[in-house]
Ligand binder design. Structure first.
Ligand code: ATP
Ligand code: MG
Length: 328
């Protein structure tokens, strides 16, 4: 039997280059080798966006479209909607009985995201998202989880929860492992440590060629560099990190030319904007083809959700059996 992948995204906006480099590129490659499940995490989106639930239906379709535009093949991968799998909520409830509040409060991902969002206090659902994410992964017995580096502490917590469940009841759930892409964490256009949908510092995958040029033009560079011939510090420049991520062959040369003050920021930005546009062009073509038949995206999500639901029912029979809950 093929090993199963579970990964996905919160439906809080359009996917961006950070998603592509950190996880989506890996998923596109791995879908041929693994049984790939992609979760459209609408419940997890509510942990931070509960005041605007009406946006979910828009983001849901955008993210699904981003997947297929990026090269996910809906014949190979199962794309499904989190809230339509009630078994995930059930499993979350069982896990939450033995996960301590302290272990969640000390989770480095939770701490860093709470800080980024300026939370003084945390809502129960936000604090508990590592628990529901564990249910997202285990309801279909996935073993491999492609994620960005920011998610590693959550994955560690997931592994602990699974071990505890198996030890408390019966070993029915496999312990999943994280798989980080070539670019573990893409920096934001504003120089923030992470490009993120919610931080407004992202380059969306559906950007036009002109939008890419414009956003790259405005992106932060090495602040110490004022004149073209000033020696630069590529190691602190977001644009150089994009060269490393998306122009592997040319990145060393850029490093050298920048450090010696031989290339100006405008030319350096021009080169990376071109490479990003080369990367996005085939996605634009696939996106346009899907947009001619917009109903297809809904059909893909409905079929994927039906399939995921079957897997969920099978696992929950075993989970309930292990816990002695199959009463009748
Ligand atoms: P939000 O700001 O709403 O939380 P996000 O941009 O952090 O959105 P998520 O949906 O939370 O996106 O994350 C989806 C996946 O993409 C996760 O595996 C995450 O690690 C990865 N990811 C997100 N941003 C980046 C980034 N800048 N670099 C690498 N991976 C990333
Ligand atoms: Mg996030």
């Amino acid at each position: 039997m093929q090993e199963r992948i579970l990964t996905g995204d919160r439906v809080t906006g359009k996917l961006h280059l950070g998603h592509y480099a950190g996880s989506l590129k890996n998923r596109v490659e791995l879908q041929h080798q693994f049984d790939t499940y992609l979760i459209l995490a609408d419940v997890q989106a509510l942990t931070t966006h509960f005041e605007q639930p009406e946006l979910l239906q828009i983001h849901l379709r955008n993210v699904a479209l981003d997947y297929v535009a990026a090269g996910i093949d809906p014949e190979k991968a199962t794309i499904f909607v989190q809230s339509l799998i009630p078994e995930i909520a059930e499993l979350t409830a069982y896990f939450s009985m033995f996960v301590t509040v302290n272990s969640l409060r000390h989770n480095p991902t939770i701490k860093s995201e709470a800080k980024d969002r300026g939370y003084q206090e945390m809502h129960y659902g936000f604090l508990g998202y590592p628990v529901s994410q564990t249910a997202d992964i285990t309801f279909c017995k996935a073993t491999l989880v492609p994620v960005g580096e920011d998610q590693l502490p959550v994955m560690e917590q997931t592994r602990k929860i699974v071990r505890r469940f198996n030890q408390l009841y019966r070993p029915v759930l496999p312990e999943p492992r994280a798989l980080v892409g070539d670019v573990p964490r893409l920096i934001g256009l504003d120089g923030n440590h992470k490009m993120s949908k919610s931080l407004g510092n992202a380059l969306p995958l559906d950007s036009t060629a002109a939008e890419v040029q414009e956003k790259i033009k405005k992106a932060k560079t090495d602040p110490a560099r004022i004149h073209k011939n000033d020696p630069g510090h590529p190691e602190v420049c977001p644009i150089y990190s994009y060269h490393q991520a998306f122009r592997k062959e040319g990145a060393d040369e850029i490093y050298d030319s920048c450090a010696k003050g031989r290339i100006g920021c405008a030319e350096c930005k021009q080169k990376i904007a071109q490479s990003i546009n080369d990367l996005l062009e085939p996605m634009r073509e696939r996106r346009a083809a899907y947009l001619k038949h917009p109903g297809t995206i809904d059909e893909i999500m409905i079929a994927g959700t039906e399939k995921a639901r079957l897997a969920a029912k099978e696992t929950m029979l075993e989970v309930r059996e292990a816990m002695g809950l199959n009463y009748f």
